[in-house]
Design a protein around this ligand. Sequence first.
Ligand SMILES: Nc1nc2c(ncn2[C@@H]2O[C@H](COP(=O)(O)OP(=O)(O)OP(=O)(O)O)[C@@H](O)[C@H]2O)c(=O)[nH]1
Ligand SMILES: Nc1nc2c(ncn2[C@@H]2O[C@H](COP(=O)(O)OP(=O)(O)OP(=O)(O)O)[C@@H](O)[C@H]2O)c(=O)[nH]1
Ligand SMILES: [Ca+2]
Ligand SMILES: [Ca+2]
Length: 630
Amino acid sequence: MKEVRVVICGDQGVGKSSLISALIQEDNVTSIPKVFPIISIPSNPDSNDDVSLVLVDTQSDSNEREYLAAEIKKANVICLVYSDNYSYERVSIFWLPYFRSLGVNVPIVLCENKSEDLDNYQGLHTIEHEMIPLINEFKEIEACILCSALEKINVNELFYMCRACVIYPITPLWDAKERTMRKATIHALSRIFFLIDKNNDDLLSVDELNSLSEKCFSKNLSIEDASEILSKVKEICPEGVYEGQLTLPGFLAYNRVQVENGKQESTWGILRAFHYTDSLSLDDSYLSPKFEVAPGQIVELSPKGYRFLVDLFYQFDRDNDGALNNEELSALFRHTPGLPEIWVSSQFPNSTVLNEHGYVTYNGWLAQWSMITLFDYKTTLAYLAYLGFDTDGRGHNTDALKVMRKRVSQNRKVSKYDRNVFLCFVVGSKSCGKTALLSSFINNNTNRLTPNTVVNSVEFQSTQRYLVLSEIGETDLDILAEPKSLEACDILCLLYDSSNPNSFSFIANLLNLYPDLQKIPCVFAATKADLDRQQQRYPVQPDEFTKQLGLPSPTHISTAAIWNTSKEFFIQLAESAQYPASSIIRIPEEDSNKTNYQLVAALTAFGALLLSVGGSLTWKIIKHQYYSKK
Ligand SMILES: Nc1nc2c(ncn2[C@@H]2O[C@H](COP(=O)(O)OP(=O)(O)OP(=O)(O)O)[C@@H](O)[C@H]2O)c(=O)[nH]1
Ligand SMILES: Nc1nc2c(ncn2[C@@H]2O[C@H](COP(=O)(O)OP(=O)(O)OP(=O)(O)O)[C@@H](O)[C@H]2O)c(=O)[nH]1
Ligand SMILES: [Ca+2]
Ligand SMILES: [Ca+2]
């Protein structure tokens, strides 16, 4: 808003023009025009806002009605003036119904002018007996004031009120009927209290109050200011101060008194610094700020983002057990709309590492955020806002994220990705041990259910990375046909059950059925290494098959307790994702005819069906066989 347009209305002779004249400091009262032209007063250079005040003088003569109506419709606020019994009666009989009939819905400031003779007692009487009944009847009246244009009493205050009604609307904050702060105001202020209470002791120290003042008003809070606030709070709310610090009830009481006394500007200053809109919701541009991400680019948390989440973890791990229990988690999310939808659907906290009591650990906490950010950075951005990333000088919320190099779907032969979070699809025949692998990844040896997507940290080269394992069951194989999901996949983990002779053919066929899989880095693994190994019913045994593809032999893994070798395997997966070139299928150019022949025989043994679905792997090998000699 660039200007606040005040239209000054009222019966003839109540002193409308005189009030304008008194405001603009014209002393020669006799020279007051019948009606002032429109006057614009620029904002005070040291005020917080850059909003000018536009004053529109009017006349109530019937031949001016059209102009009056047009101006009223353009008003941001109406200043309605009366000065005696007759003009007072006209306020409720004529003026207020008239505004309603015009369909305007702007705040009204009611002014009794010519009040220079009213002493304090009479003034109270006027307010109580004239004004309060009107306020109760007409909710559009936001404020009322006694003035004298002649003596210049309360004239600045009157126009300040008009301006404040628009810039610092009271209705969203204050329920005039109940004479209480609205619930939304209390929620917002409570959230702000929680955000500035950095040491989480439910008290605002003088230091914390000072940083609030700096953030909201760019002003240092002097010791005197602080003790003034504290003693004022003590007066109105004895439990509002505890050991020289402000409690939440005290903080709310202080704001309530400000609002009640028409000083809602300071409360709005606080709310707006924390990105609240006039409807007391967080600003959309704050919850979803501009953040450029090109298609195919990946978003991860930046070191600053991780730092914030680490601090948040320690701030809320009140019992210092290295995990967040349910109470600690709900305290952490208390001032957000609750656990994000995508966290719920990811089955958090079961999606990550929990301690023996089922509480999310430090690693699990960071891993979950890493995964969600990979899948849906917009939710992360919104929650960074709710949780107050930017409240203590960490920078803009988008500084918590970074955009990583594009995944190149056509050419994955990048030697190294400079990324920290990787997505791995786990595929394999029915019962080959996919879920068991995911469970062992998040150390789930209890009987809680393991979701089909889990995340944990993996450390190698003395750096923490995060690996997301996503199980693709037999019924979700169509995922492998979607270019989007393949693009998202960093590494394909192909499992077969080494104790089941019919298991390997499943993944071998898969590579033919979904030829685009061949562009993704692959790691083969044989599960259930603790059981007796069976020959695979497939024309080529797994070791030979992988050799033909230029890949290492399948890693033998087992999730059986005594055998658990999976830890190294997870590092292998993450490393292959980070250094994809070594795990990309390569058909060797100069291999002996014999081995090539074997593989061709193997693949063709599956018949025309596979060829007809366009298995490009098969095609490539055949081509090699027949044309390489030319
Ligand atoms: N005692 C007293 N007289 C005032 C005050 N303000 C205005 N007057 C007088 O009231 C009369 C009307 O004042 P205006 O400012 O012309 O009133 P208006 O509402 O603009 O009148 P119209 O333009 O005719 O509708 C003048 O004689 C003023 O001197 C005041 O605060 N106290
Ligand atoms: N001995 C042994 N058994 C295992 C191992 N891994 C899994 N199993 C068993 O194999 C069976 C199937 O394991 P799951 O993890 O459910 O296999 P899955 O691939 O997720 O199965 P589906 O989702 O039904 O396709 C279960 O009875 C597991 O206990 C292992 O390393 N060793
Ligand atoms: Ca504190
Ligand atoms: Ca804890």
